[in-house]
Design a binder for this molecule. Structure first.
Ligand code: NDP
Ligand code: MG
Length: 401
């Protein structure tokens, strides 16, 4: 076999980053860690560097880079420590890199992920926010550079596996009628509506089936995650929003389905463990062991399905509206959601206010066409500003009350 593939893991200290490293460690003859990045968990990054001995590590700022560089050198490691967005883009686009795991959470991952795309890498996309924000530009960059884009989101990875190899000809051309995007419904699927006012960040982060980072856990609880995934599916598979239907499936065993015109419905099943889509994308078009236990259908016993309730989950409706509006709407939706989720995690707002902030931001700003990355970043910045105003107005409203 040829030399091991060189892998950059952006967001190595996160849930997806650690699952990726777990898979890589099972196949040292195939994969070698080229670079690792972290943001706040520096001790964890240092420990990962000791294990995987990457050529580069990337941290948030110059001070953190100097500190880590000193500690790694003292341990006899030759790892070079870079910092900031420039450092992330450098390790994403480096000539020696074969594949990049894009697993930074939120808009912070946009430029590094795009750097990997523009450099024509194999890009394993977990950072759905990057694609949601910049959809048309992102997909255009994929086509221009010849990057190989593989979805890590379990639903999109499932859809990819259920589509024919030539699906890029167009869904209708290959006989696809609908994409059925499954959703667990999160921890509040059956919580009485009036109790949602009092739910805590801890309850929102206690997902019944998946162990994930805090932001995506809150997104799953509000179903904004499914809204972002609806937009993600439209870009990845060139689907219209009306071609993507959300199906609540509480067991999270079917990861999504594709409905064909002849009545065939293909699904991908498996235990809810992100190492399956990660292994699939890393090795594609081959298959490798992921460490995930075989699916025990007798233990699962039953599979349930329900239609989503948009009264309970207004974020889903807002996402569909943003998908249909196009232009800057998804970037604004995403930015408003990031601000709202951070405020909820800091206990500054109640859970149902997440959707109210997003709704208010989308109503306050006209949708514009997206012709450049600057237009995307301006829409992102404007939405953050509007969401910030909403939060300070809320405080003054409460102060007066
Ligand atoms: P985590 O919060 O667990 O990890 C996020 C990673 O991004 C960490 O390494 C973190 O560094 C880094 N990071 C955070 N903020 C910044 C920043 N401003 N600049 C640079 N790096 C930053 O998230 P997850 O692993 O759960 O999710 C990662 C992405 O994958 C998200 O986009 C999510 O939607 C997507 N995804 C996740 C799934 C899951 O099962 N977890 C499933 C499907 C998609 P540090 O920890 O050092 O602060
Ligand atoms: Mg998902």
């Amino acid at each position: 076999m040829s030399r091991p593939q060189q892998i950059t893991v952006l967001g190595a200290t996160g849930s997806i980053g650690l699952s990726t490293l777990d898979v890589i460690a099972r196949h040292p003859e195939r994969y070698q860690v080229f670079a690792l990045s972290a943001f706040s968990r520096l001790a964890e990054l240092e420990a990962l560097c000791m294990i995987y001995r990457p050529l580069f590590a990337v941290v948030a700022d110059a001070q953190a880079a100097r500190d880590l560089q000193g500690r790694l050198q003292a341990s006899g490691l030759a790892t070079r420590v870079l910092f900031g967005e420039a450092g992330l883009c450098e390790v994403a686009a480096h000539a020696e890199v074969d594949a990049v795991m894009a697993a930074i959470v939120g808009a912070a991952g946009l430029k590094p992920t795009l750097a990997a795309v523009e450099a024509g890498k194999k890009v394993l996309l977990a950072n759905k926010e990057a694609l949601v924000m910049s959809g048309a530009l992102f997909m255009q960059a994929v086509r221009q550079s010849g990057a190989v884009l593989l979805p890590i989101d379990s639903e999109h990875n499932a859809i990819f596996q259920c589509l024919p190899g030539d699906y890029a000809r167009g869904l209708t051309q290959v006989g696809v009628r609908r994409i059925l995007l499954t959703a667990s419904g999160g921890p509040f699927r059956e919580t009485p509506m009036e109790q949602l006012l009092a739910v805590t960040p801890e309850q929102a982060c206690a997902h019944p089936n998946w162990s994930m980072g805090r932001k995506i856990s809150v997104d799953s609880a509000s179903m904004m995650n499914k809204g972002l995934e609806l937009i993600e599916a439209c870009w990845l598979f060139d689907a219209r929003p009306a071609q993507v239907e959300v199906v609540i499936h509480p067991q999270s065993v079917i990861h999504s389905l594709v409905d064909y015109v002849d009545g065939s419905v293909l699904a991908q099943l498996g235990n809810p463990d992100m190492r399956t889509p990660i292994s699939h994308a890393l090795a594609w078009p081959e298959r490798i062991d992921s460490g995930v236990a075989p699916l025990d259908l007798f233990a699962v016993a039953r599979l349930d399905f329900q239609a989503p309730d948009e009264q309970r989950f207004p974020c889903l409706r807002l996402s569909r509206q943003a998908a249909e509006a196009g232009g800057t709407a998804p970037a604004m939706l995403n930015a408003a959601n990031e601000v709202a989720v951070a405020a909820f995690l800091e206990r500054r707002i109640r859970f149902p206010e997440i959707a109210r902030i997003i709704d208010s931001v989308l109503n306050a700003q006209a949708v514009e066409a997206v012709e450049s990355l600057d237009a995307v970043l301006a829409a992102d910045g404007r939405a953050r500003e509007l969401a910030g105003h909403w939060l300070s107005d809320r405080n003054s409203r409460r102060g007066e009350a």
